[in-house]
Design a protein around this ligand. Structure first.
Ligand code: AMP
Ligand code: MG
Length: 504
């Protein structure tokens, strides 16, 4: 616990290490403007990510001055904080100007591993891009972002991360009056598709090229100097996005607001709002209560990912070739990569979840049938897959402890017969080894909405212990943690339908 609480004053400010590396800052206007954070009264550390702090090269003990920085109450020594401008397609509609309305870039550091990492405060007060909103984030949504991004990281999904979560009693008005919080989130870059759309739409091709050159130099250095570097870079963005969304599908993760301003050019999961890990499996599950048309339903995510890539390709198209026809042709080829990479990644991933060594096209049917069975049985996505590793290929005995999860036991037994047949068709059928492999891709623990809600309810009363407990649990999502069995259970009925909306 001591690592989460500020130490007694006085305390040296241990920010000399890691050193600043203000590369994005040097880009200057028109990409971002200097904005200072608005102070928050009585900041209290809800959770500090000592493990990430270590990776970044910080002292895992937070002194009072560092706490003040993480609350937005004092600037990072030697760095001018800024807000970036972007545009985007929100729920399919073009919005010509958005921007960091409540996020501030507060530092760029070089870690002991020589990686450049950007630190942002989310909820640090208004910016020129706040569009009349308050620039704040509430404790509820900040806890969700903090826990989810770290959970995704531990699951092996590319994502922004969170270093700290600071709360304040300052009231913030949403549907009800809540209280403010600030997370410090980190990423190699927070650059979004929407940043390119912004300059493209205004015909500012010079700045757009400078932005692309920056991204390539900093994040895709192997492409630098190539005459086709823009196409090569976009090809990688498309492929990373396809692989990212395949990972979401395989974990039952729904993002909730897949607008192009929430899509990272590094292929990171970015902007955790009304996201959700599915409990009961439903193809058409919509996690965002404000998404009335189900645009971002679970089953729609892969196609939306492709659509978003097309928006980016269209924006950057003028950099691809001198003539529009040739540029369009290159763009189409790049867009076509999405479907190919998505299909390959997701099918390989489903096969891994079933413990199949090699993927055969006929396995698609086995996967579909299992998902159909889950859906008809109102089965739990995470539990359903996790339990599959208990099925023995070497025995025809009913899969005890597994089949009970499925309402239609007869249909389940029939599926298991096919599954066993498929497993036996592989060489070296070793149930133990297969179970081990499956348990490294089918998590036991995910951030279920009800678990987050229990932590939120306690934190709103000033008790941060459940946040700490979940943070610890979700660092090892694939491990059996016998004391924590209850956290792998389905939500109780009264907590099944927690409403999560855009309000954050
Ligand atoms: P989101 O849907 O959270 O990705 O936000 C869309 C846009 O609205 C982004 O430009 C955000 O910076 C901005 N925004 C959302 N909430 C706030 C807020 N409370 N204050 C200022 N800007 C906000
Ligand atoms: Mg956003």
């Amino acid at each position: 616990m001591s690592a989460m609480m500020p130490r007694a004053f006085p305390q040296p400010l241990s920010l000399a290490d890691p050193p600043l590396s203000p590369v994005y800052a040097r880009l200057g206007a028109p990409f971002h403007q200097p904005v200072t954070a608005t102070p928050l009264p009585e900041p209290r550390m809800v959770h500090f990510n000592a493990a990430l702090a270590g990776e970044l090269g910080f002292d895992p003990d937070v002194g009072p001055q560092f706490l003040e920085i993480l609350a937005g109450n004092r600037p990072w020594p030697g760095y001018a904080s800024s807000a970036s401008v972007y545009a985007g397609h929100q729920f399919g509609a073009w919005v010509p100007q958005l921007g960091d309305g409540r996020a501030l870039l507060i530092a760029e550091v070089r870690t002991p591993a020589k990686e450049r990492v950007e630190l942002q405060l989310k909820g640090a007060g208004p910016t020129p891009y706040s569009r009349g909103l308050d620039g704040r984030a509430v404790l509820r949504s900040s806890i969700r972002e903090y826990l989810a991004s770290e959970a995704m990281h531990a699951l092996g999904v590319p994502t922004t991360r969170c270093l700290s979560l600071v709360a304040s009693p300052q009231p913030v008005v949403r549907e009800t009056v809540e209280s403010a919080a600030v997370v410090c989130r980190t990423a190699a870059s927070f650059m979004r598709f929407g940043q390119f759309e912004y300059f493209a739409a205004r015909g500012q091709l010079g700045p757009m090229a400078r932005l692309a050159d920056h991204v390539i130099a900093e994040h895709f250095p192997h492409l630098q100097g190539r005459p086709d570097r823009y196409a090569a870079w976009l090809g990688e963005v498309v492929e990373r996005t396809a692989r990212l969304i395949a990972q979401w599908q395989l974990l039952g993760f729904c993002h909730g607001v897949m607008n192009t301003d929430n899509f990272s050019v590094l292929g990171l999961t970015l902007d955790y709002g009304p996201f959700g890990f599915m409990d009961r499996f439903r193809q058409y599950h919509v996690c965002n209560h404000s998404d009335y048309e189900g645009r971002y339903a679970y089953s729609a995510q892969p196609e939306i990912g492709r659509w978003n890539c097309e928006r980016l390709l269209r924006a950057v198209s003028p950099l691809l070739a001198d003539g529009p026809n040739q540029a369009a042709e290159i763009g189409q080829d790049l867009a076509a990569r999405y479907a190919h990479v998505y299909h390959r990644s997701v099918m390989r991933g489903w096969a891994d979840k079933l413990g199949l060594r090699d993927f055969r096209e006929t396995d698609a049917k086995l996967i579909d049938e299992f998902l159909g069975l889950l859906q008809r049985s109102r089965g739990d996505f995470t539990r359903g897959f996790r339990l599959l590793s208990r099925i023995r290929a070497g025995s025809d005995a009913p899969a005890k402890g597994v089949r009970e999860e499925f309402a239609d036991i007869k249909a389940f037994d029939a599926w298991v017969a096919d599954y066993r047949g498929r497993l036996r068709s592989e060489r070296n059928v070793d149930d133990e080894a297969r179970a081990g492999r499956m348990n490294r891709v089918n998590p036991k623990y995910v951030l279920r909405n009800h678990l987050a809600q229990i932590a939120i309810d306690k934190a709103m009363l000033g008790d941060y212990s459940e946040v700490a407990k979940l943070a610890e649990l979700l660092r090892r999502p694939y491990d059996e943690q016998p004391d924590m069995e209850a956290y792998a259970a389905e939500p109780p009925d009264y907590m099944r339908n927690i409403e999560v909306s855009c309000s954050s």
